[in-house]
Design a protein around this ligand. Structure first.
Ligand code: GLY
Ligand code: MN
Ligand code: MN
Length: 434
């Protein structure tokens, strides 16, 4: 992305917080994996959304109306020795020339400079509670300014969470963001198709996972979350990530995997038979989940509220469970009591964006939020029937099915970003037979 979207977002945010306020936004810390090995670095999504700056140890400060610059970036200083080992550091000069900062300072100097920037500002926009250590530093900067009250210096009197304003911006995707998400969904969809093409009984779950890693890295992406590759009974474990079991003839394979490309996630689930042919029972359950998903996608349209796709999917799933004999009773009572959650225990979707479970409120003033063009979400109904399910005919045991697509609310209806991943039983069987 060019600098333009980041500058525009900063301007929009500054406009909302207004003169008299200051906003402080640190990026994520580096995280240790074990001993001296660190996880690959990923900047905080809020921070990146406003800065386009991907290095660790950085803090963005927005000071609307400040004469000597409104956007200040604290970041690492260049260091030839360190750069020999770890690669180039952006440094203060390029923070200004390439990243649009009005001024930039070494991160080591933040304790000396930040209190001065707080002076005379009434409101401090900062999100408490994600990094205790940084919270303490912010409090100490404010205390520092307070101590100078007798010199006529005023400290911010009001702390406001930055999250709300920022997350309301993030929940509506810009055109360029949708374009990245479209690409991410295409890469993931292609990987799901590839998994269907190569899957054979006797392979291990991790061998199928390897196809995803290869496809993601081929496009310079990483998994947006740990892939779930669960054969047979493992398909009924919602957060299964061990992915270390053999794939058996006659079982289903549930794969929930999506790439993160340019800081945007995709999140796709497909379920297919390990041997390429659905059994009658597997197909019966699959058809119900597929119909539930179609009903939910149909309900993703501007003016509908957040819960309508979930309600639509739930009704179709419960109807199907009644038909199969998994549940008995009155459909409305089953929905009302929630007894169906024995087999469908999660919601039908979540916001999707820079974070796989993206930011944004689901309710406004207690009511479900109304869907608007540009909102991105997943649609992912499922049915999970573990072995030993009491009162359930064993022929349904170990069938775990989820079908998950990524959609963006359009002017009418929605665009399904991930439709490249085969989904109908006939398409899946055709791909696997080829
Ligand atoms: N992969 C996480 C989810 O489907 O919500
Ligand atoms: Mn998923
Ligand atoms: Mn999801």
């Amino acid at each position: 992305m060019s600098n333009e979207p980041f500058a525009r977002r900063r301007a929009e945010l500054m406009n909302m917080v207004g003169e008299g306020a200051i906003a402080v936004l640190p990026t994520s810390p580096e995280r240790r994996r074990n001993r001296d090995v660190f996880h690959p670095y990923r900047p905080d999504s809020d921070f990146y959304y406003l800065t386009g700056f991907a290095e660790p140890e950085a803090v963005a400060v927005l000071v609307p109306g400040r004469e000597h610059g409104e956007y200040l970036l604290f970041c690492r200083e260049r260091d030839p020795k360190k750069e020999t080992w770890d690669g180039p550091i952006v440094g203060q000069d390029r923070a200004v020339s390439d990243y649009g900062a009005d001024d930039a300072f070494p991160i080591e100097d933040i304790d000396d400079i930040l209190p001065g920037l707080l002076e005379g500002r009434e409101k401090l926009y900062y999100t408490m509670g994600t990094d205790a250590e940084f919270d303490h530093r912010v409090i100490s900067w404010v205390s520092h300014v307070r101590e100078r009250a007798r010199a006529g210096v005023r400290a911010p009197g009001e702390y406001v969470s930055l999250e709300h304003l920022l997350h309301e911006m993030r929940v509506i995707k810009e055109r360029d963001e949708v374009e990245i998400m479209r690409r991410a969904a295409q890469v993931s969809a292609r990987a799901h198709q590839r998994a269907m093409e190569v899957c054979r009984p006797g392979m291990a779950e991790y061998e199928i996972e390897a196809e995803f890693m290869a496809e993601f890295r081929r496009h310079n992406g990483w998994p947006a979350y740990p892939p779930i590759v669960g054969g047979g009974a493992n398909g009924c474990i919602l957060h299964y990530i061990a992915n270390d079991q053999p794939l058996r003839d006659g079982d289903l394979l549930l794969i929930d995997a999506g790439v993160e490309l340019d800081y945007y996630a995709s999140d796709i689930t497909r379920t297919f038979p390990v041997n390429g042919r659905f059994t009658g029972e597997q197909r019966a359950v699959y058809d119900i989940v597929l119909a539930a998903q179609a009903a939910a996608i149909e309900a993703v349209t501007p003016g509908n509220h957040w819960d309508q796709p979930h309600q639509a999917a739930t009704r179709v799933l419960v109807e199907g469970m009644l038909e199969l004999g998994l549940l008995t009773g009155d459909i409305d009572e089953i929905i009302e009591s929630g007894s169906y959650t024995r087999f469908f225990m999660h919601r039908t979707g979540h916001w999707l964006g820079m974070d796989v479970h993206d930011v944004g409120d689901y309710r406004v003033d207690g009511d479900w939020r109304i869907l608007e063009p540009g909102m991105a979400l997943t649609v992912e109904p499922g049915l999970y029937i573990p072995a030993e399910s009491t009162g359930v005919d064993p022929r349904w045991w170990n069938i775990g099915i989820r079908i998950e697509d990524d959609v963006v609310v359009a002017r009418n209806g929605c665009e399904v970003l991930s439709e490249g991943a085969p989904k109908s039983p006939d398409d899946i069987e055709a791909v696997m037979a080829a």
